[in-house]
Design a protein around this ligand. Structure first.
Ligand SMILES: N[C@H](CCC[C@H](N)C(=O)O)C(=O)O
Length: 291
């Protein structure tokens, strides 16, 4: 097998495969991503493929592939896993990356938590993107459920390089059938590139409870960029402060929208087991439990 080493990880239960593609000219193909998830033995939400810098002397290029084979511009939990993967290789603990969302920075702290600067949010309708013009993306006309009694409506939308809709609710986020509403909203024509769909309950100005149906991956235990988008949307609709704890099904993330407009995400990354993967076919073999 024409294999590359990979490490199965998770970021608060967001299932991540870190594939080490450094020194290679090929890529993990969409077909490989679909095949891996179809095979028994592992389920993942995203593959984070680490490539050599595209521009010599700059950052590792990180390609992000959803479990449906689609490319994503950004992945907050996955970036923390990449930082942890690289930090374990030696003394360097802070890194610069190039992604489709731009240049990102990440650092592992002594306490094992990892902070990633996810860049600046994009808030104009054409940057989300939306299929039609909305002057104010803090609240757009979109609803689901009976026309006269919508179940979810009037979301705030933002991009962290990838599109997010944050639906605000005042009650328990678990009372909503996100497994049913998620795919309908993910594929709504208002989102020409689809969208990640979140339900957010603001408990206090510094605490958000969040559940997410991810574009290209479905219900996940955690979505880092959704946590970033929810905090940005919460702050600009005056529901939250500019820094908050976001509680996802898999655990807590700390998100801050700094005065310099960068959004910074802090949380854990967990190593699980190692293997070898054929990036063209998705055939893989398991090696050992990760140290
Ligand atoms: N499904 C997302 C990418 C992964 C986002 C999520 N896993 C995160 O931690 O940010 C998208 O297609 O935009």
């Amino acid at each position: 097998m024409n294999g590359v080493p990979f490490l199965k990880m998770n970021g608060l239960g967001n299932q991540i495969i870190v594939a080490d593609m450094r020194g290679r000219a090929d890529r993990v193909t969409p077909a490989a991503a679909i095949a891996i998830n179809a095979a028994p033995g592992t389920k993942f939400d995203q593959i984070m493929a680490i490539h050599d810098p595209r521009t010599p002397g700059t950052a590792h290029y990180i390609e992000i592939i959803n479990s449906d084979g689609s490319l994503a511009q950004a992945c907050g939990n996955g970036m923390r896993c990449v930082v942890q993967f690289l930090a374990t290789e030696g003394e360097q603990k802070s890194f610069t990356f190039e992604t489709l969302a731009g240049i990102l920075f990440g650092e592992e702290h002594g306490d094992g938590l990892i902070t990633v600067d996810m860049g600046t949010p994009k808030l104009a309708w054409y940057d989300i993107p939306l299929a039609e013009e909305f002057a104010d993306t803090r609240k757009i006309e979109l609803q689901i459920g009976p026309i006269d009694a919508p179940v979810l409506h009037s979301p705030s939308v933002a991009s962290m390089g990838n599109p997010h809709a944050t639906f605000w609710v005042h009650d328990d986020v678990w009372t909503y059938a996100l497994d049913r509403f998620g795919p309908m909203l993910e594929n709504h024509p208002i989102f020409p590139e689809r969208a990640n769909i979140s339900i957010a309950q603001v408990v206090t100005p510094d605490r958000i409870i969040l559940r997410t149906w991810e574009r290209g991956a479905g219900l996940t235990e955690a979505c880092g960029t959704a946590a970033c988008a929810a905090l940005v949307n919460g702050a600009r609709t005056r529901r939250t402060a500019r820094k908050a704890t976001v509680t996802l099904p898999g655990g807590d993330l700390t998100v801050e929208w700094r005065a310099d407009d960068h959004v910074v995400l802090t949380g854990p990354a967990e190593r699980e087991w190692t293997g070898t993967l054929d990036p063209a076919t998705g055939l893989w073999t398991r090696a050992e439990e990760a140290a």
